[in-house]
Design a protein around this ligand. Structure first.
Ligand code: DX5
Ligand code: ZN
Length: 217
């Protein structure tokens, strides 16, 4: 698949989400951060807004669920038509069952790891997934500083994926910018979420193209 860029609308104007989607036509995905004020100390949006966005854009939607009990809530995002649904392993009760359920609903199943969550304990369930998200900030807010300490985990995740010959995308999210994206790509990431680096730019589409060029180098 090569490099994919997924702008996060967390840094867009929430009253103009359709225009935000339109402003990043060069993107591969639209990354939508669902937060419930429990799993993370912030509240964003939920299923009704995702449904409206699905109707408002042709870009596939990548839902990042930062919520408690994703076992209960995640399948509805797949049923609504999200192209990818990512749950946090720290919050999931039965990650294998949930991943299988998401795939059965026709969506790509993603699993996310917070900075302090190691990848090794999950090595045996990687082939149940279509994407692994290695967070590069503590989830909850846009505009945070990139955590370099997460890069060795990206590298180890890439080794596990290659070693097992899996077709698994490796996503990074948090503090990804023109300053940090090359380090992420070098460590083995291939799907890059960027919020403030895209929607904080004067020309979001140009920012997407610039990030892509840096990651492809
Ligand atoms: C943070 C979210 C990210 C956020 C990234 O918890 O998961 O998707 O939007 O924002 P930046 O790119 O500004 O760090
Ligand atoms: Zn996110």
């Amino acid at each position: 698949m090569g490099v994919q860029i997924a702008p996060s609308i967390l840094s867009a104007d929430f009253a103009r989400l359709a225009q935000a989607a339109e402003s990043v036509q060069a993107a591969d995905w639209l990354h939508v951060d669902v937060m419930d004020n429990h799993f993370v100390p912030n509240l964003t949006l939920g299923l009704p807004v995702v449904e409206s966005l699905l109707a408002a854009t042709d870009l596939p939607i990548d839902c990042h669920l930062m919520i408690e009990d994703p076992d209960r809530w995640a399948p509805a995002y797949a049923e609504a038509g999200a192209g990818s649904v990512t749950f946090h392993v720290e919050a999931a009760h039965a990650p294998v069952r949930l991943a299988r359920e998401l795939r059965a609903l026709g969506t790509r199943a993603g699993m996310a790891l917070k900075p302090a969550t190691p990848v090794e304990p999950y090595a045996d369930l990687l082939d149940e997934l279509d994407m692994l998200l290695v967070m590069t900030v503590e989830p909850g807010f846009g505009g945070q500083k990139f955590l370099d300490l997460c890069l060795p985990k990206v590298r180890r995740a890439r080794e596990l994926v290659s070693g097992r010959g899996l077709d698994l995308w490796l996503q990074v999210d948090g503090g990804v910018s023109a300053e940090t994206i090359e380090r992420c790509a070098e460590a083995g990431a291939d799907v890059f979420v960027a919020g403030s680096a895209v929607f904080g730019a004067d020309d979001p589409d140009r920012a997407v193209a610039h990030l892509r060029a840096l990651a492809e180098e």
